[in-house]
Design a protein around this ligand. Structure first.
Ligand code: NAD
Ligand code: TDX
Length: 332
C-alpha cells in the first residue's frame, strides 16, 4: 500500500497520521484538505516533499475527488467538521462535509476500486450513565445526540451500505476523545491549557462530571495503520486506551501542573444535550489485530501536551481572542 490519500490531513488527528506514515512506513501521501479554520499548514511543515503533498480542495467536490482517488491505493478519510459546539450553532457545514463529503468519496472509491478507511467517533453510540458497568462495543446500537455525532453516524451508515451493496473495500473505526499536539484551541484540553497560560480561568460546562475516554493522537494513528493493513473488509473496530476521566479531574490536573489552586476555574453554561459519559471497549482491535496503545499514562501524555502548547504559543495565540469571544457570547 504505497500511495495513500489522507483527507483532512491538515487537521489535528489527520496531520498526526501523516507524520506517523512518514516515520513508520515507506508510503507516499497526498493530503486533500479544504483548509478550514480548523486546519493548519504548519502541522505538515518540514515533512519530505518527495513523500507528502497537499491538494487544497473540498471532499464534496467530485471533480476534485474522482481523479485524485484514482491515483491512490487507499483513502484514509479524516476530513470532517468536528466540533460539537459549532454543530449546535450552525449544523449546515456538518451535513455538507460529513454526509455529502463522505458520499462523494464513497462514489469515487467505488468507481476506482480503491481501498477505503473511514475515521469515526464513539459519539455515534450516544452516552452512558456514570455508573454503567458496560462500555461501548462494536455491537452497541447507534444513538447519536448532537448534529455533529448524527452526521458522523450517517456517514458510517453510508460506508456500511456501500460495502454491502457495491462491494466497496472499506473498514470503519470509532475512536474515543483524542488529545495531543496541534489540536484546535476550541477543544476542551487545549482551551483550558491556553486559558491558564493567558491568565484566564478554565471553563467547565455544568458541574464538570461528564466523563471522556482519552487517547493520545499517536495511539489513534497506530491503530488506524493496523486496521488499514490487517483489518477485515466490512468490519468496524473501536479504538480506545482505557483513559476515562471526568472533566473536573482534567482541569484540576492542568491547574496543578501550573501551580494554581485546584478551584481556580469557572463553571459556565452547560452544552445543550451534553453527553454524560463515553467509554470504549477495544478488545476486538487488541485481540484480533494485536494493537496496543503506547501512551498508557494519561497524566504523562497530558504533561507532554501542556509543554507543547507552552512551546507553540506562536501557533495558537492568533486564534485565542476570537475563540474566547465566540464562547463568551454563549455564556461559556
Ligand atoms: P479537525 O477539525 O482538527 O480537522 C478536520 C480537518 O478536515 C481540517 O483540516 C479541515 O480543514 C478538514 N476539512 C473540513 N471540511 C473539509 C472538506 N469539506 N473538504 C476537505 N477537508 C475538510 O478534526 P480532528 O479532531 O482532527 O478529527 C478528524 C477526524 O477524526 C474527524 O472525522 C472526527 O470525526 C474524527 N474523530 C475525532 C476525535 C477527536 O477527539 N478529535 C475522536 C474520534 C474521531
Ligand atoms: O470549554 C469547555 N469546557 C468543557 O467543560 C469545552 C470546550 C468542553 N467542555 C467539556 C465538554 C465535553 O464533556 O469537555 C468535554 C470535551 O469537550 P470537546 O473537547 O468539545 O470534545 P467532545 O465534545 O467530547 O468531542 C470530541 O471527542 C469526540 C471531539 O471534538 C469530536 O470530534 C470527537 O468525535
Amino acid at each position: 500500500m504505497q500511495r495513500i490519500l489522507v483527507t483532512g490531513g491538515a487537521g489535528f488527528i489527520g496531520s498526526n497520521f501523516v507524520h506517523h506514515l512518514v516515520e513508520h512506513t515507506d508510503a507516499t501521501v497526498t493530503v486533500l484538505d479544504k483548509l478550514t479554520y480548523a486546519a493548519s499548514r504548519e502541522s505538515l511543515a518540514g515533512l519530505p516533499e518527495d513523500r507528502v503533498s497537499l491538494v487544497v480542495g473540498d471532499i464534496a467536490d467530485a471533480a476534485v475527488v474522482e481523479p485524485l482517488v484514482g491515483e491512490h491505493d487507499a483513502v484514509v478519510h479524516y476530513a470532517a467538521e468536528s466540533h460539537n459546539d459549532n454543530s449546535l450553532s450552525d449544523p449546515s457545514p456538518f451535513v455538507q462535509t460529513n454526509i455529502i463529503g463522505t458520499f462523494t468519496l464513497l462514489e469515487a472509491v467505488r468507481k476506482a476500486g480503491v481501498r477505503f478507511h473511514h475515521i469515526s467517533t464513539d459519539e455515534v453510540y450516544g452516552d452512558l450513565e456514570l455508573d454503567d458497568p458496560e462500555r461501548f462495543t462494536e455491537q452497541t446500537p447507534y444513538n447519536p445526540s448532537s448534529p455533529y455525532s448524527s452526521t458522523k453516524a450517517g456517514s458510517d451508515l453510508l460506508v456500511r451500505a456501500w460495502v454491502r451493496s457495491f462491494g466497496v473495500q472499506a473498514t470503519i473505526s470509532n475512536c474515543s476523545n483524542n488529545y495531543g499536539p496541534w489540536q484546535h484551541i476550541e477543544k476542551f484540553i487545549p482551551r483550558q491549557i491556553t486559558n491558564v497560560i493567558e491568565g484566564i480561568r478554565p471553563k467547565l460546562y455544568g458541574a464538570g462530571l461528564n466523563v471522556r475516554d482519552w487517547i493520545h493522537a499517536d495511539d489513534h494513528s497506530s491503530a488506524v495503520w493496523t486496521i488499514l493493513n490487517k483489518g477485515e473488509i466490512g468490519e468496524t473496530y473501536l479504538i480506545g486506551a482505557d483513559g476515562e476521566k471526568n472533566n473536573l479531574e482534567v482541569v484540576e490536573m492542568i491547574l496543578q501542573h501550573f501551580g494554581k489552586a485546584a478551584d481556580d476555574f469557572d463553571h459556565v453554561t452547560d452544552r445543550a444535550g451534553h453527553d454524560l459519559r463515553y467509554a470504549i471497549d477495544s478488545t476486538k482491535l487488541r485481540t484480533e489485530l494485536g494493537w496496543q496503545p503506547q501512551f498508557a499514562d494519561f497524566e504523562a501524555g497530558l504533561t507532554n501536551t501542556i509543554q507543547w502548547y507552552v512551546d507553540h504559543a506562536d501557533w495558537w495565540r492568533p486564534a485565542k481572542q476570537a475563540t474566547e469571544a465566540t464562547y463568551a457570547a454563549k455564556g461559556q
